[in-house]
Ligand binder design. Structure first.
Ligand SMILES: Cc1cc2nc3c(=O)[nH]c(=O)nc-3n(C[C@H](O)[C@H](O)[C@H](O)COP(=O)(O)OP(=O)(O)OC[C@H]3O[C@@H](n4cnc5c(N)ncnc54)[C@H](O)[C@@H]3O)c2cc1C
Length: 380
């Protein structure tokens, strides 16, 4: 297996890094403190071709693999995770449409996601259904030629901004199999009965919008079913097998930023008449971080490469996701430690990285759920 990057991939990395370095650093602290974001940055990223690169060319995307999207994700996160997430998550759900959407859904929605005219989200989690997605109770009931949706969702990324939300709904509650009771339904967010409210006070990635959603007799046509009725759980797992690659790339980007800050700070800061970087204990911390980053990147490279080559290895993807996330949390912790008291203050970027890192172990499957997937594959 050869993971050396071709020239096009190297150019993608270079362009993504230049864009992020040019646009993110000056705004990062403000967005974090205010829990806001400038949608103009997302539009700019779309104009420059960074968004939806994995969307097929026939729907105005670039037709790259998920691997290339991971490269962009890593570079954006290496500059600022909050802004990166606000931008990159704007296509969260397009993977479902690519895999399972009807021609009509793909044609009417995907081009707008690439051009920056529209934004999408996917809502699975509910107040009482998190890791156990099969306990989701938001219902979609057939009524003539329509679905009528009632219920609530929690923690929906872009819930206040999205034009379309793909919602995981209970469509066959009596089915004896918990894995055949749900289906995905596409809901335009201007449909009467859809409402959202912003969740404030997040620990990290505060530039990214997170919402609580409620559906009260939301009526959409039957054709808004995404995929096959009753196959929602299976489709969700296929979706996560793509999006978890991105989380792994996010983690590698964040950990790189943590290492960069550590190197910068420990070369400059002197104690006991010497730079912190001259102490072996500091050097070992940085050597470990560099090694963890490399190991995590190799995992996601292999996982993404496999997906793009039609080989879906659930366990490998789960390994890449939990390992990278845990690695990023550790790197951010070590980086803050090397900053001492300064790292505890939000003027220092490392404090933000420390806070931004934790979500990686939670969303799109907690690290415990990922390890469960790995363990199941070992014991099968
Ligand atoms: C900022 C943010 C953005 C998000 N974006 C989205 C989004 O766009 N769409 C969406 O649908 N969701 C989103 N989520 C929700 C996220 O995916 C869930 O928070 C996550 O899946 C965990 O669910 P939970 O919070 O209900 O925790 P719980 O499921 O209640 O888990 C709590 C703890 O118990 C552990 N646990 C649970 N069951 C087991 C078990 N069987 N064995 C061992 N340990 C277990 C978990 O690992 C975790 O540590 C987002 C969350 C956040 C915070």
């Amino acid at each position: 297996m050869d993971f050396s990057l071709n020239n096009e991939q190297k150019d993608i990395i270079k362009a993504a890094r230049e864009f992020a370095l040019g646009e993110f650093p000056d705004r990062a602290q403000e967005f974090d403190r205010e829990e806001t974001f400038d949608q103009g940055l997302w539009k700019k990223a779309c104009e420059l071709g960074f968004i939806g690169t994995f969307i097929p060319e026939e729907y105005e995307g670039m037709g790259y693999g998920f691997f290339e999207n991971c490269l962009i994700t890593e570079e954006f996160w290496a500059v600022d995770p909050g802004i990166a997430q606000a931008i990159i998550s704007c296509t969260f759900g397009s993977e479902l449409l690519i895999l399972f959407g009807s021609d009509d859904q793909k044609t009417s929605i995907l081009p707008g996601l690439v051009s920056g005219e529209a934004l999408i989200g996917t809502a699975i989690t509910e107040p009482d259904a998190g890791s156990d997605v099969t306990s989701a109770t938001t219902t979609a009931i057939r009524n003539g030629g329509d679905w009528i949706i009632n219920g609530a969702k929690m923690f929906a990324t872009n819930g206040n901004l999205a034009d379309h939300m793909i919602v995981f709904c209970l469509t066959d509650p009596e089915n004896p199999s918990r894995h055949q009771r749900h289906s995905f339904i596409l809901i335009p967010t201007n449909t009467p009965g859809y409402s959202s409210s912003k969740i404030r006070g997040k620990m990290g990635i505060r530039a990214s919008d997170t919402a609580e959603l409620s559906f009260s007799d939301v009526r959409v046509p039957i054709r808004n079913l995404v995929g096959v009725e009753g196959n929602g759980f299976k489709e969700l797992m296929a979706f996560f097998n793509r999006t978890r690659l991105h989380v792994s790339a996010q983690a590698v980007g964040l950990a790189r930023a943590a290492l960069e800050e550590s190197i910068k700070h420990t070369k400059k800061r002197r104690q006991f008449d010497a730079p912190l970087a001259s102490f072996q204990v500091t050097q070992f911390k940085m050597a470990e971080m560099a090694t963890w980053i490399r190991a995590a990147r190799n995992l996601y490279y292999e996982a993404a490469w496999s997906v793009d080559h039609g080989k879906i290895d659930h366990a490998l993807i789960a390994m890449a996701k939990w390992f990278s996330a845990q690695m990023a949390v550790r790197c951010a912790d070590e980086a803050l430690q090397m900053h001492g008291g300064y790292g505890y203050i939000d003027e220092y970027r490392v404090q933000r990285l420390y806070r931004d890192a934790k979500i990686l172990e939670i969303y799109e499957g907690t690290k415990e759920m990922e390890k469960t997937i790995v363990a199941k594959s070992l014991l099968a």
